[in-house]
Design a protein around this ligand. Structure first.
Ligand SMILES: [Zn+2]
Length: 282
């Protein structure tokens, strides 16, 4: 069977959510009780992954005190959760330069803690990805230390409908500077700019050797409409679902629809597994 890595799943400390943000997760979800059970018990979540044939999962967390309710403790929470199976659960954490005294030192701390990658969520953290050039010099410390540690950086791109999200920060083109100034930093554009800025994402992935993208949050039936030349960049695309985010009903249906798409099987295999396996060696 084709092994799969879902690089973008939200297992989060539900108790930290602001009420309006949690309401967005619950809205229309028939399986919210499962989300609660999996968030409380990594062994149950691993069984869920087994049932889907998913070998490994990136569990995305980030610091966003005002909009989502997540404080820097979110990092400790997800490392503790992933300790149940560090070979299968990849802890994604974050450093918000406005919540710590020394952003670069916080990256060093997270690496020691067991964080495997960083997430920047510009629209939920109110940070422009290239603002280290203008207004937020501490962000350069985050990128510089991540680059030094070989820690991949995932940057959310594309719209968000969470209350208070500031989408002006979410355009992929704002990440062009990051790849220029930190040429050895592995960057992943989460959601590949969907649904407004796919051409920018495609351009950047082709332009920069260190730029990648995940296709989470994109309905698979839309993928070839959004990225008709996806096979050309198949070495730099990662599979992900963004489950249980708004508009992502379930994981199994997404995988089946992806498998049914009319493009090369070797490219699908790279996207579903090989690229993420290379980026996160065991
Ligand atoms: Zn997400």
């Amino acid at each position: 069977m084709q092994p799969v890595i879902d690089i973008h799943i939200h297992i989060q400390p539900l108790h930290m959510f602001r009420p309006q943000a949690l309401a967005m997760i619950k809205r229309g979800r028939k399986d919210y009780a499962d989300v609660e059970r999996y968030s409380a018990d990594p062994q149950l979540f691993l069984k869920f992954l087994d049932g889907l044939g998913i070998e490994r999962a990136g569990l995305i967390n980030y610091v966003s005190p005002e909009i989502m309710g997540f404080t820097p403790e979110v990092n400790d929470w997800i490392v503790n959760y992933c300790a149940a199976a560090p070979d299968r659960l990849l802890a994604f954490g974050s450093v918000h330069p406005r919540t710590v005294a020394d952003a670069g030192a916080e990256v060093d701390r997270l690496v020691k803690l067991g964080i495997r990658a960083l997430k920047l969520h510009p629209s939920h953290q109110e940070i422009t990805p290239n603002s280290y050039r203008d207004g937020c010099p501490a962000l350069a410390g985050v990128y510089e230390r991540a680059q030094a540690h070989g820690l991949p950086l995932m940057i959310h791109t594309g719209t968000s409908i969470f209350p208070g999200a500031r989408n002006v920060h979410a355009q992929p083109i704002l990440c062009d500077d990051v790849c220029i100034d930190f040429p050895n930093l592995t960057v992943i554009l989460a959601h590949a700019g969907r649904p407004l800025w796919m051409e920018e994402a495609f351009f950047l992935v082709r332009r920069h050797k260190n730029m990648h993208m995940d296709i989470s949050g994109i309905p698979p039936q839309k993928l070839l409409e959004y990225f008709p030349r996806i096979a050309e960049i198949a070495d730099k695309v990662l599979w992900g679902t963004d489950w249980p985010g708004p508009g992502v009903p379930e994981i199994r249906g997404n995988m089946e629809k992806f498998h049914a798409l009319p493009f090369r099987e070797d490219a699908k295999r790279k996207i579903l597994y090989d690229n993420a396996a290379r980026m996160f060696p065991r």
